[in-house]
Design a protein around this ligand. Structure first.
Ligand code: 4NP
Length: 149
């Protein structure tokens, strides 16, 4: 099972989601993350995301931002998007119905369709990053439960 987490910049939310998800599935699962923009390509995650993960015993410091590619739609079985704008962008890049069906909104796994967006913490402080971490942890727990069945 190959799982891709996608946000806008691939420096805050999806690197955290990747780091958390990796702690929940066997090592032979491929878990990666990408962004819909390439502005931060090659950069490590935002320092606040690195610190938040580290507080929870997870090292995401070696990850590097990369943009989503056409190949991702073939390589990954599940593509989880952090918010509705990201999802719309990702869906617009899918070339077949099969590829489109791999794409979903990350927090929909929790069954709450009203609040299914992981808020962008980029303009926030440590509290926003911690809140995002907790949302991602809940979502990753649920996804792990589904894919490990
Ligand atoms: P992310 O956060 O999508 O969770 O990585 C952001 C990162 C960068 C920007 C916005 C959000 N930005 O505007 O550069």
């Amino acid at each position: 099972m190959n799982i891709l987490m996608v946000c806008l910049g691939n420096i805050c939310r999806s690197p955290l989601a990747e780091g958390i998800m990796k702690t929940k599935v066997p090592v032979d699962y491929l878990v990666d993350s990408a962004g819909t923009i390439s502005m931060h390509e090659g950069k490590h995650p935002d320092a606040r995301a690195i610190e938040t993960a580290a507080r929870h015993g997870i090292d995401i410091s070696k990850q590097r931002s990369r943009p989503l590619t056409a190949a991702d739609f073939e390589k990954f079985d599940k593509i989880y998007c952090m918010d509705i704008d990201v999802m719309a962008d990702v869906v617009s890049k899918a070339r077949t119905e099969k590829q489109r069906q791999k794409v979903s909104l990350f927090l929909e796994v929790l069954g709450d369709h009203e609040n299914a967006e992981v808020p962008d913490p980029y303009w926030g402080g440590p509290d926003e990053f911690e809140h995002v971490f907790q949302l991602l942890k809940m979502g990753c727990d649920k996804i792990a439960g589904q894919v490990l069945l």
